[in-house]
Structures are given as C-alpha cells and as structure tokens.
Design a protein around this ligand. Structure first.
Ligand SMILES: O=P(O)(O)OC[C@H]1O[C@H](O[C@H]2O[C@H](CO)[C@@H](O)[C@H](O)[C@H]2O)[C@H](O)[C@@H](O)[C@@H]1O
Ligand SMILES: O=c1ccn([C@@H]2O[C@H](COP(=O)(O)OP(=O)(O)O)[C@@H](O)[C@H]2O)c(=O)[nH]1
Length: 774
C-alpha cells in the first residue's frame, strides 16, 4: 500500500499556480487583505494565465487520483489550492465520494465576487458532496456567495442546485493533543525545558510562533509589545518576547517585503529597550523541530497570537496542550477561527488595536494564579476533547452519510404520470375532483430564454389555446368537478375561466367562487399583514429598476415577477432583493420569502395552497350538495415548494371528513391596507444557513389530517353550538381507495407529488385524453 503519491508540477506551473494564483491572489483575498498593493495591476493582468495554470495543476492532481482510485474510496480534497479538483474528479467519475475542506477563512461574498473566476471556483467546489469549513461564519459566507453569485438556493443543509444538494457544514479542526502531552515527558524535551528556564530565569517568557505571513499580524504584535514596554517601564528587564517566524512562500515578493519590515521593527525596538547584556525581543527567522517547539510552549508564560485573519490557528491549541504544569495565559486574536473555540479561556484582542493588545499583555502578566488556572482548564478541556482525529472521523463519516442520503433523494425522484392508468381510473370513477394550477400548468409556454433582444412579449398569462375545447368537455361532465387553484388575483382567473362551469380559487385559495356565483373569502382571520407597508418600498425599488418586471400587491402577499424582464438582469436583481429581504426589514416578521423561478413573493407563514384546500373542499361539498364521496382526485400544478402541501394534503392517510363551514361572501377582495391589523405572531429563525425560511408557526388553517373528525378547516373561531352543528354535517367526502389519487408536478423534479409532467403542453395532451376518454 502506498501512503503518499507525489504529483510532479514543473517550475513554470509552480510559479503561476502556487506562487501566483494560490498565494498572491486567493490567499490575500480569502484573508481580507486585498490584492498586493504594489503590483495590483500586474496581478490583474496575469490573472487569466494564472487561473489557467491553477486549473491545469488541479487536473494533474485529478489524473493521479483517478489513476489510483478504487471503488468505494473516499476522496478528501484540502484547501484553496484545490478548489477546482472536486469538479475534475466528478467529471471523470460521478460516483466518487468527494469532500472538500477549506483551512482558511471563506470571506464575505463581497470579497469573493471581485474574483474574475468567482463562479467557476464556486461551481467546481459545489461538485463535491460535502464542503467543510472551520467555523459557521465561513460556511455562511460560502453559502451566501453561492446565492448571490450563482443565484442558487441556500438551504439549512447546504446549497441546492436543480435538485442536487451539496452539503455545507462546519468542522473545526483540532490537534493530536496527546502527541504534545507525551512529548513533554521525553528526557530530551525535559532537558531542553530546564535549559530554557535557566536561560530566561527572572524574566517572564512571552511567545509568538507564526509563519512569516502577512495574515499573522507579526508587525502589529511587535508594535503592541513596544507600546507595553513604553507604558510599563518596571517590566522592561523582566519580560522577553520570543518570536519564531518560520519562512514561508519565500518566492512571493509580498513575503520578502514582510521579512525586511519585521527585521526593521525588531532592530529598532531592541535598540531602544535593549542593554549590552539583554534584548527584549528574540526574533528567529527559522523553524524549530517538534521537541524544541514543545519545550518552548511549556516554558511560556504568555502566548501571543495576533493574526489579522486565520482559518483556525493551531499554535494556540498546541500552546494550551503543553501548559498543564504552567497554566500560562493565551492572548488570542478575535479574527482567528480558534477564537470561537478557545475564547472562553483566552484574552481576546483586536490585533489592529495596539493599545488594547498592550493592555492585554499587562493583564496577562499580572494575572492571578487562580484566574490563570480557571482559564487554562476551559481551554485544556476543549483542546484534549476535540482532537484532529475526531475532526477527521467526523468529516469522513458525514461525507459517507451525505452520499447515502443523496442516493436516497435521487431514487425518490417521482416517475412520469402513468397516463393510461390515470385515464382508466378516471373513466371508472363516479365523482372526480380535478385541482389544476394555472401559471405554467394551463398557460401557453412562455419563452424565458433571456435573450436581451427579445423584450417585447405578451405579458399576461393566457390559457393554452389548445385547451379550451377539452376544458369545456371536462367541465360539462356532471361527474367531474374542476377547481383552478392559483396564486393569481381573482380578475386574472375571471378573465380566463369565466365561461367555464368550474370553481376558481384565487390568491392561493384565499378567494373562491363558482363561475356561476360570487367571490367569497376563505381567508383566516388573524393574518398579520403589518409588514406590507415596509416591504412595498423594497418591491417598488426593484420594479422601477428592472424593466418589464411587475409588482403586485395581493390581499395576502406581495409578488415581484420578472418573467418578462431580461432574465439575466432579473436574476441579478432578485438575488439582491432576496439578500435584502432575508437580512433586512422583515427578518423578524412571521412571513415566508418564497423564491419562484422568475419571482419573489412574501406572504404570512401558513398561507399556502395546501392550507386553503381544506376550506375550498368544504365549500365545494357544501355548495354542490354532493351525495357520493369523491372517488378520484387529480392535482396538477407547477406549484412553488411552499405550496406543495396541496399534494400532500391527500397523503399519506387520506382524509375522510371535510370541514363544512361556509365561506364568507364578499363584494371584492380587499387590499391589505384596508384590513384591520391583527396582533403579530411571534417570529423564530430556523438557523444560520436558512435565512429565507422561518420555522412555520401553527398554520392559520389547522391540518386536516390530524384526526378523524376534521371539524376545523377555518381559523375562524366558532361557538360550541356551531362546532356541534358542523360535526353533525361532517361526513366522508373522500373515498380514493389509495390509487385513485394522482398528484403531479409540472416542470419540476424535486417534488412531493407522486408523478411528473414536463410542461403545460403535456398537461393539455393529458387533459384532452381525459376529456375524450381515450
Ligand atoms: O506550506 P505553506 O504554503 O507555507 O502554508 C502552510 C499552511 O498554511 C495554511 O494553514 C491553514 O491551516 C491550518 C490548519 O487547518 C489553520 O489553522 C490555519 O489557520 C490556516 O492558515 C494553509 O491553509 C495550508 O494549506 C498550508 O499548508
Ligand atoms: O518551527 C515551527 C513552527 C511552527 N510549526 C507548526 O506550524 C503549524 C502552524 O499552524 P497554524 O494553524 O498555527 O498556522 P498556519 O501556518 O497553518 O497558517 C503548527 O502546527 C506548528 O506546530 C512547526 O512545525 N515548526
């Protein structure tokens, strides 16, 4: 078995890929340092060739992996050097289990979007099954970069693109703490500890161990130490700072400049505060071997970590692991990932604030033994419990689980609607209910190819011209009841369906009428619409700036539709709008922000087609004086995810009773501003990665399937007498015998519907078969 297989890169590739793209571009950007100041333009110019080398090098890694890969192996790609690798691997073998872990921070999407190859990099990382970061912050930034830059949906589990989920999670790394604890017992280390104690006797030892990298804040650390010496003359001959600065990436000009800068500062301070026999700073431009490092950690009184940004910072963990005897103090930058894990025991500082760091040095040096002990125990417990072994096991086990879950999800993709069976069962049944969506279900297909020159299109959705004849035939069949259930306003449904003998349910079922009767409302009474006013401005803002987009104020929702706008620009605007909605004016309101394929909609939590179907069904049964149970249900639509509860309404245990409460007649739907504002529902957020979804509060319409006696379909509170009356009226209206239920999603693959149809053309051809009975 081979443990390590090298990938040989030639010098030019190393220069362009490792020194160039990785360490001169990605590294500073991911650490919020921006591109190197002096050669910014040159870097920008060489960007494409460096990225080409980056991809080439990643492909070379992929080729080696592919050569040695055996079925069932797990491939774990590490760090910003290999962001393109997951895609290369998956392109070769889509069944490979691929994980990717980033050891650096992932910056805010505002930084990532400045990268010319921003989309390509994100997409290739998303090819992995599992993507891991040290902290939730980094994971959240990654998800929001995917949302903002690629326009794909962030979910509580990760990032979802066309039904494929890339799991994104935080896996804070640890160290092999036992290795450090055991090293302290080695005689050679004990001897070294003794020497160091003698060497620095009478002085407190402060320690910095860093690669000589801009992100480590070494100049800032030394300047803070100078300030401390300046302000505390009594400490000048009682403390020493040992700074180990390990040379790194020495071919990159920015690193060469840092070396001279640090040397200059150290020389100046030693000149200022040193004597003939002692200097306050011992600066070493080299690395130490493991045992020497452990001895140094063990004799240290105060460790100083001042990273300006740091993915995690293992030095802080290693220091803690070696301090069981001494219980020294850790001063730790709040910009290191480690601050989240070791913050309880460390003194956290902003490394840019030299005054604060100097004060923290004084605090650490003067800290009582009792407080040091307490702080150390917090951190020692963490470091010894959350080890590197645990980290690796967790990542790999999560990767295996993710792959299994993904297989289950794919296998759950529903089949095509079995049209022959559906037609046959329709013909054999005696009381059928057809629930049909409108937009993209019964309408003519709209060209949304996004061609900028194609700007003049018909704006209003129209009924599919080939449907009219079949719809008339179906509506005229006494054994068939048809409901068109749409998000559209009542006027739109009136315009398209007034001539048919059917039921119309507008605004996701909030308004209902039979085409021979008047509109009535099924709206729950206590809907909170207080948020509408503050949101109207946001919707107006984006409508005014997005030609041919439309903003509609519906009774229970606000909708912005960019179906007829330039699709690319519409998408861009939608991303900005969503970002604003998730974090801005309504982040505390009890509303759902629903992202459609070309729309953004905001509505109160619980206003869904599924929640309304109960009340609609009650009204239909009551009005048509049905005498036999409905024995066939077809529910077809291009419904938004939130509205898919209409499919599941009839699943898995079919409801037998239906609410018989009558709806309230109305003259016309009222605008939200005219309604009395009811009291607000308390809001809860569901978690860091799901800013767009709120944990649903109990739906305004009670769930039909929670018991056998479904007496409450409306949220209006009835008197006890009324409830009794309703109970008497309740009877079994559904008798579907399991297989006589056909729920069918149009143009979507991830759905809770039982079956799929591709487009409204397919709906038309299927309905024609029902109408003709063939
Ligand atoms: O070999 P170099 O190019 O000189 O760089 C050394 C490593 O530096 C980076 O380390 C990061 O990983 C640590 C462990 O997860 C983390 O604690 C630290 O904050 C990071 O900076 C880099 O990411 C590695 O790839 C390099 O090998
Ligand atoms: O002379 C030295 C100084 C440091 N290190 C190791 O370098 C690593 C630095 O990791 P850290 O996460 O602190 O920062 P990075 O350098 O990875 O950004 C630690 O494991 C140190 O033990 C080392 O091997 N020899």
């Amino acid at each position: 078995m081979q443990w390590c297989i090298p990938v040989f890169l030639d010098e030019e590739i190393v220069h362009q890929y490792y020194n160039g793209y990785c360490n001169n571009i990605l590294w500073p950007l991911f650490h919020y340092l921006g591109l190197p100041q002096e050669d910014r333009l040159a870097t920008t110019r060489s960007f494409q060739s460096q990225f080409a080398a980056y991809k080439k090098a990643n492909q070379m890694f992929a080729d080696v992996v592919n050569m040695h890969y055996e079925e069932g192996d797990v491939v774990w790609c590490h760090d910003y050097h290999l962001m393109y690798l997951p895609e290369c691997l998956k392109n070769h073998n889509n069944n490979m289990k691929v994980g990717w872990f980033l050891h650096t921070p992932f910056p805010s999407s505002e930084i990532h979007r400045t990268l010319p190859s921003r989309s390509e990099l994100l997409r290739s990382v998303l090819a992995a099954d599992l993507v891991g970061f040290h902290t939730y912050d980094y994971a959240r930034h990654f998800v929001s970069a995917c949302t903002r830059i690629l326009g794909i949906e962030g979910t509580p589990e990760g990032v979802e693109d066309q039904g494929r989920l890339t799991r994104v999670a935080a896996f804070p790394i640890g160290i092999d703490s036992l290795r450090f604890q055991n090293a302290l017992l080695v005689p050679q280390v004990q001897e070294h500890i003794k020497e160091l104690k003698e060497r620095f006797s009478g002085r407190k030892v402060m320690l910095g161990v860093d690669r000589l990298d801009m992100i480590k804040g070494i100049p800032q650390k030394i300047l803070a130490f100078e300030k401390f010496l300046e302000e505390n003359p009594n400490w000048r001959d009682k403390v020493v700072l040992l700074q180990i600065a390990v040379p790194t990436r020495t071919d990159v000009p920015e690193y060469q400049k840092l070396t001279s800068q640090v040397h200059e500062i150290v020389g100046r301070i030693n000149g200022r505060f040193g004597s003939l026999t002692a200097v306050p700073i011992h600066h070493l431009d080299r690395s130490l071997d493991f045992h020497a490092l452990c001895a140094l950690y063990a004799v240290t009184d105060v460790a100083l970590v001042t990273s300006l940004r740091d993915g995690m910072n293992l030095v802080s963990y290693e220091f803690v692991a070696c301090q069981e005897a001494k219980k020294g103090v850790l001063i730790l930058s709040e910009f290191a990932g480690a601050a989240q894990s070791l913050g309880a025991g460390a003194i956290l500082v902003n490394p840019w604030n030299i005054t604060e760091v100097a004060a923290s040095i004084a605090q650490a040096l003067n800290m009582s033994a009792e407080e040091r002990e307490k702080r150390h125990q917090h951190n020692f417990h963490h470091v010894t419990k959350h080890t590197a072994q645990e980290w690796a096991e967790m990542f790999v086990s999560e990767l295996n689980d993710t792959v299994v879950e993904a297989q289950l999800r794919t296998s759950k993709e529903p089949p095509e609607l079995p049209q022959n069976d559906a037609v046959e069962r329709y013909l054999l049944s005696g009381n059928r209910l057809l629930i049909l969506g409108f937009n993209s279900t019964l309408t003519e297909p709209v060209d949304t190819s996004g061609n900028r020159s194609d700007q003049i299109r018909e704006k209003n959705p129209n009924l599919h011209p080939e449907l009219k004849e079949h719809l008339t035939a179906l509506c005229n069949d006494k054994k068939t009841t048809i409901v068109v259930l749409s998000g559209s306003k009542s006027e739109v449904l009136d315009k398209n369906f007034a001539e048919y003998d059917m039921w119309l349910a507008a605004e996701n079922g909030m308004f209902l009428r039979h085409t021979k009767g008047d509109w009535m409302t099924t709206m729950p009474e206590h809907l909170n619409m207080e948020w509408v006013d503050s949101l109207k401005h946001v919707f107006e803002y984006f409508t005014e700036r997005t030609p041919r987009s439309e903003f509609e104020i519906r009774t229970t929702s606000l909708v912005w539709n960019y179906k007829y706008a330039d699709v690319e620009f519409g998408r861009l605007q939608a991303r900005d709008m969503l970002q604003h909605l998730w974090t801005g004016p309504i982040s505390n309101a009890s509303v759902d922000v629903v992202q459609g394929s070309r729309s953004v909609e905001v509505r109160p939590v619980g206003v869904t087609k599924g929640a309304a179907i109960d009340r609609i069904l009650g009204e239909i049964v009551h009005n048509t004086s049905m005498t036999t149970p409905i024995d066939y249900v077809l529910c077809v639509g291009h419904f938004l995810g939130k509205d898919e509860d209409v499919y599941t309404f009839f699943e898995p245990e079919l409801p037998s009773d239906v609410n018989m409460a009558k709806c309230k007649p109305i003259d016309a739907p009222k605008l939200p501003t005219e309604k009395k504002a009811p009291s607000k529902l308390p809001a809860t957020k569901s978690g860091p990665k799901s800013s767009q979804t709120k944990t649903p509060k109990p739906s305004p319409a009670p769930d039909k399937r929670t018991g056998n006696n479904h007496s409450g379909g409306s949220s209006r509170r009835a008197s006890p007498e009324k409830v009794k009356e309703k109970e008497k009226m309740a009877w079994s209206v559904l008798d579907l015998k399991g297989d006589n239920y056909f729920s069918c999603a149009v143009g979507r693959k991830r759905t809770s519907a039982r079956y799929l149809l591709g487009s409204s053309d397919d709906v038309v051809s299927f309905l024609s078969r029902l109408a003709k009975g063939t």
